[in-house]
Design a protein around this ligand. Structure first.
Ligand code: NAP
Ligand code: F7E
Length: 325
């Protein structure tokens, strides 16, 4: 039974990855940081099958101890300060966690057991002001936020530890992926939750920023399978994971409101507070390499994703779901 060590196990992707690996028969270790309240909403349904270990990306000794104690075969580094808007207000914290945190993980692996396979959660935000359309593994990076800059560092330090120390370290350049477990501040979940609230008569407006931004949105449950596949390869490498389709925020909001038989124009207010100092206008990826080498394929289309998210928020608000899991 292989052992997987997941940082960010309490996050959206961590919860889907933990489920996938448990189903495959892995022993799953979840690395969690100390907090004043338990924060296991997304993993409550599998909590009893996960072993938890305390450590923080900001503290290398804690990571070394956690790896020594649990002896994993594979490490999935999903932990990060992952919200782009927050990275403008907290750029140093974002750098410490999302950039230097990757070095701490890699160094801990190098010290404890260099045979551990490593996955780094890289991001399409690294492409930022895109140099070509669609974006693929060879597309140059031009990040547009402290988050994007931190992810570029995380990507290159992963490549560097692979080249310097021979680590089996792979970087998954994942485009936006969403689900009913997405944090409420990200635009898709903000929209699905607001559409549900308005439909149930519990809110009467939704304030958004740039409706014209375009994203390549997939389903998170499909994307964690690509992470696992990367670590099963004989050699480490970098892969773009995406749907190859792009939609605007406006299209997302239109579809979400139509799902509850409403016209978004009657409820959406454009609010300057949600605009960013620098925007990523258009993302659309090409995942040919992941499909050819990993045999990865996405299963969920855009319309189904929007419908699932709105339906789950209706059920949550009506009390039919205790938590999104
Ligand atoms: P998320 O829901 O925001 O989860 C982030 C996780 O990181 C949480 O479990 C959080 O723990 C943990 N964390 C934050 N700071 C930490 C620290 N100092 N020490 C230990 N853990 C810490 O993110 P996600 O959407 O699942 O994304 C997973 C990863 O993929 C992230 O690295 C993200 O940047 C990257 N990514 C995401 C997407 C996407 O579209 N979702 C696309 C490309 C790349 P708490 O619960 O304690 O806060
Ligand atoms: O914004 C626009 C906003 O915050 C998407 C993270 O998982 O994916 C995510 O980053 C777009 C942007 O995600 C609002 O300006 C309009 O253009 O949902 P988001 P993101 O910034 O694309 C990448 C791949 C990651 O790696 C990140 O970790 O939507 N937008 N109005 C808004 N965005 C938000 N959040 N709120 C609004 O009201």
């Amino acid at each position: 039974m292989p052992t997987a060590f997941i940082t960010g196990v309490t996050g959206q992707d961590g919860s889907y990855l933990a489920e996938l690996l448990l189903d495959k028969g892995y022993r799953v270790i979840g690395m969690v940081r100390r907090s004043s309240t338990v924060n296991f909403e997304r993993i409550a349904h599998v909590q009893d099958r996960i072993e938890f270990v305390n450590a923080d990306l900001l503290d290398e000794v804690s990571i070394i101890e956690a790896l020594r104690e649990t002896e994993p075969d594979e490490v999935y580094n999903l932990a990060a300060q992952s919200f782009v808007q927050t990275s403008f207000g907290q750029p140093v914290l974002t750098g410490e966690t999302t950039a230097l945190g990757v070095t701490r993980m890699l160094d801990a692996i190098r010290i404890v057991d260099p045979s551990i396979r490593f996955y780094q959660a890289s991001s399409s935000e690294m492409f930022g002001k895109v140099a070509e359309v669609p974006q693929r593994e060879s597309t140059p990076f031009h990040p547009r936020s402290p988050y994007g800059v931190a992810k570029v560092y995380g990507h290159w330090i992963t490549v560097n530890y692979r080249e310097s120390y021979g680590l089996h370290a792979s970087s998954g350049i994942l485009f936006n992926h969403e689900s009913p477990r997405r944090g409420l501040e990200f635009v898709t979940r903000k929209i699905s939750h607001a559409a549900a609230k308005i439909a149930l008569g519990r809110a009467d407006e939704l304030r958004l920023g740039n409706l014209d931004a375009q994203r390549d949105w997939g389903f998170a449950g499909d994307y964690v399978d690509a992470m696992w596949r990367m670590l099963q390869q004989d050699s480490p490498d970098d892969y773009v994971v995406c749907t190859g389709e792009s939609h605007s925020v406006r299209e997302f909001v239109d579809l979400a409101f139509k799902r509850v038989n409403l016209d978004y124009d009657d409820y959406v207010v454009v609010d300057e507070r949600f605009f960013r100092p620098a925007e990523v206008d258009l993302l659309i990826g090409d995942s040919t390499k992941a499909e050819d080498v990993l045999g990865w394929q996405r299963r969920t289309g855009f319309d189904a994703l929007v419908a699932d998210m709105v339906d789950a928020d209706i059920a949550l608000l009506e009390g039919k779901l205790r938590a999104i899991s």
